[in-house]
Design a binder for this molecule. Structure first.
Ligand SMILES: Cc1ncc(COP(=O)(O)O)c(C=O)c1O
Length: 235
């Protein structure tokens, strides 16, 4: 059953209507939404989950290492109780594979049942070592961790867009062809910005999806904002 984007009120209505007849329930959400860059109302969802005896699962692929001082979306607005936190090690962590943070009982179950842990196909030790090294940086270098969000905010401020909540900033173009040609234009200027089109996003909301890192030079962000203002947003 789908509830509307980041809409805890809708999730509450669905739970009130349907929870009764079901043995188990799980509320699943992105922590940072991958195509919009906004943050899920995890506190409200956690309260809902508690009230309706449901589990709450967040996919924090875009939150870990970036928001909540690097601790992810669970810590972005106070602290939310999220018993199942999963994500990828391939984005801010810069390695490979994924993770699940959960209770000991859940982790024990995953260890024995998850396909990726069985036989010799688990994560290679050097990849895990790289991920741990990155987690050490995230834990110990708050100034560096703050950079992607600070840079995303330089960009949203330059373009008068709603303030970035994460390192992801969408610029809605509307039409798929227009998004593709804007992406080509930025590529010619030296910027890799992916055009996201339906069915990944709703019809009529094709967009450029900007993702900022700690390494992007500020002067390049200024130049990017200028090009977007003059040659993408004027349409
Ligand atoms: C919300 C979300 N979860 C998971 C993933 C998967 O990450 P990976 O590409 O490392 O498998 C992505 C990747 O884009 C994502 O946006």
């Amino acid at each position: 059953m789908l509830y509307r984007h980041a809409d805890a009120t809708h999730a509450r209505a669905l739970l009130a209507q349907h929870r009764g007849g079901k043995k188990r329930a799980l509320i699943a959400t992105d922590g940072v939404f991958s195509m919009d860059g906004d943050i899920a109302p995890l506190g409200e969802l956690a309260a809902l989950a508690q009230r309706h005896d449901a589990w709450l699962l967040s996919d924090d692929a875009h939150g870990l290492g970036v928001v909540g001082k690097g601790r992810g979306s669970t810590f972005a607005n106070g602290r939310a109780e999220v018993p199942l936190q999963m994500g990828t090690l391939s984005k801010a962590v810069g390695a490979y594979g994924g993770y699940l943070c959960a209770s000991r009982a859940v982790i024990d179950l995953m260890r024995t049942r998850a396909r990726t842990f069985i036989y010799s196909t688990g994560l290679p030790p050097p990849v895990v070592a790289a991920a741990i090294a990155a987690l050490d940086i995230i834990e110990n270098d708050p100034a560096y961790v703050a950079e992607p969000l600070r840079k995303a905010r330089l960009f949203t401020r330059a373009l008068n867009l709603p303030e970035a909540q994460s390192a992801i900033v969408p610029v809605i173009v509307g039409d798929s062809e227009a998004a593709l040609s804007a992406s080509d234009l930025l590529c010619e200027e030296g910027f890799l910005v992916v055009a996201i089109r339906p069915p990944t996003v709703p019809a009529g909301t094709a967009r450029l999806r900007f993702a900022f890192t700690a390494q992007h030079p500020e002067a390049e962000i200024d130049r990017l904002a200028q090009i977007v203002r003059q040659r993408v947003m004027r349409h």
